[in-house]
Ligand binder design. Structure first.
Ligand code: NDP
Length: 336
């Protein structure tokens, strides 16, 4: 089998050669074990954090260890009473083509209602992130304006579409004209703004004539700087991710902005709250029912960026962090 190991911890932007591709046999399962064939590997921005030794909400991947990740897998052979060969599961297999498991943490997948890769995107971890972060912290009310960046990605595209279903005006921020076109034409956002445009702050203001009631924070940096003056009294900011900062090695140039942010928080009574998706695991059942219905009836659109072959995963992760992806990034590891 093939596996992708972490070779070294990147400084700044990661490079494909921070990873090492190795070929080695995957042993036969022993009693109580099963062997997984990896079909689809998910690539997600949090993986940048796993490459670093900095303190976070989970342990980093060790140097020389298989890179961490979730995948759709098929049970290839089994000596585990609970899993017959052929069963489809969601597993934390890591970046590899085959892995042994004792069954812990495996989630059975039903292939019928949606394509298998939906379990890695709209009906999986990113979908729950959008659904629960918006519901618990954003708490959008009909008629309000909801803004989200990285808006063509699996989290942002779900945030915008759910906001519209709740009767809100959804404004998406993305990099480049093609992504902005997709936001309106494919995902149905009310407006789209290109964060690379030189007059981005003015364009964002024009797209939010009534200010911003919910800013679902995915990126931080210059986008946050443009959002802050537009936040309304009693607005809510679920802090989900700061992808513009994940490769940063130093503080941004310019004055310390914290005092201004705190003044705005106080005077406009802005609620800013960070979360990790598993804080809202109790919402998973409701999420699967409601979003599952929307996916099935076609009213929740998705966009997938497919990469062929596990050896392409390192470059695809680097590309995603730089915005060179169009939708949820999945790696096709074996024919599904
Ligand atoms: P995406 O597929 O949206 O990929 C990341 C995107 O970030 C890129 O495509 C790019 O889009 C955007 N981006 C990168 N750099 C910048 C920048 N400097 N300024 C603005 N945008 C930038 O990823 P996901 O939908 O999977 O994740 C979105 C966010 O949600 C991430 O921050 C992620 O860490 C977070 N997350 C948090 C979870 C939690 O539990 N808190 C769980 C899951 C995700 P563009 O080209 O449009 O700029």
């Amino acid at each position: 089998s093939t596996a992708v190991l972490l070779r070294r911890r990147p400084e700044g932007e990661p490079r494909p050669d921070d990873f090492e591709i190795v070929h080695r046999p995957c042993p036969d399962p022993e009693d109580g074990q099963l062997r997984l064939e990896v079909l689809w590997l998910s690539l997600d921005p949090y993986m940048r954090g796993r490459m670093s030794a900095a303190r976070s909400y989970v342990e980093p991947v060790g140097i020389g260890d298989v890179m961490a990740g979730q995948a759709v897998c098929r049970v290839e052979s089994s000596r585990h009473p609970g899993f017959a060969p052929g069963t489809l599961v969601l597993a934390g297999s890591g970046w590899c083509t085959a892995a042994l498991s004792d069954g812990t943490g495996l989630i059975r997948l039903d292939p019928a209602p949606a394509p298998l890769t939906a379990a890695l995107g709209v009906l999986g971890m990113p979908g729950l992130t959008a659904y629960a972060g918006l519901a618990e912290i954003g708490r959008p009310k009909a008629g309000e304006t909801v803004v989200v960046a990285a808006a063509t990605g699996p989290v942002g595209s779900a945030v915008g579409q759910i906001a519209r279903k709740r009767g809100c005006r959804a404004v998406g921020i993305a990099g480049g004209a093609e992504k902005c076109r997709l936001l309106v034409e494919h995902f149905g956002f009310d407006a789209a703004v290109d964060h690379r445009a030189p007059d981005f702050p003015a364009r964002l203001k024009a797209a939010c004539p009534n200010g911003i009631d919910v800013y679902f924070e995915n990126v931080g940096g210059a986008v946050w700087d443009a959002v802050l003056p537009l936040l309304n009294d009693f607005s809510r900011v679920p802090v989900c991710g700061l992808v513009s900062q994940y490769n940063a090695t130093a503080l941004p140039a310019g004055p310390n902005r914290v005092p201004d942010v705190m003044r705005a928080v106080l005077s406009r009574r802005i609620e800013i709250r960070g979360f990790i998706v598993w804080d809202f695991a109790h919402r998973a059942g409701e999420f699967r029912r409601e979003v599952g219905t929307w996916v099935a009836d076609g009213s929740m659109r998705t966009l997938e960026h497919r990469v062929e072959g596990i050896e392409r995963a390192p470059a695809a992760l680097v590309d995603m962090l730089a915005g060179r992806n169009l939708g949820k990034v999945v790696v096709k590891v074996a024919p599904g």
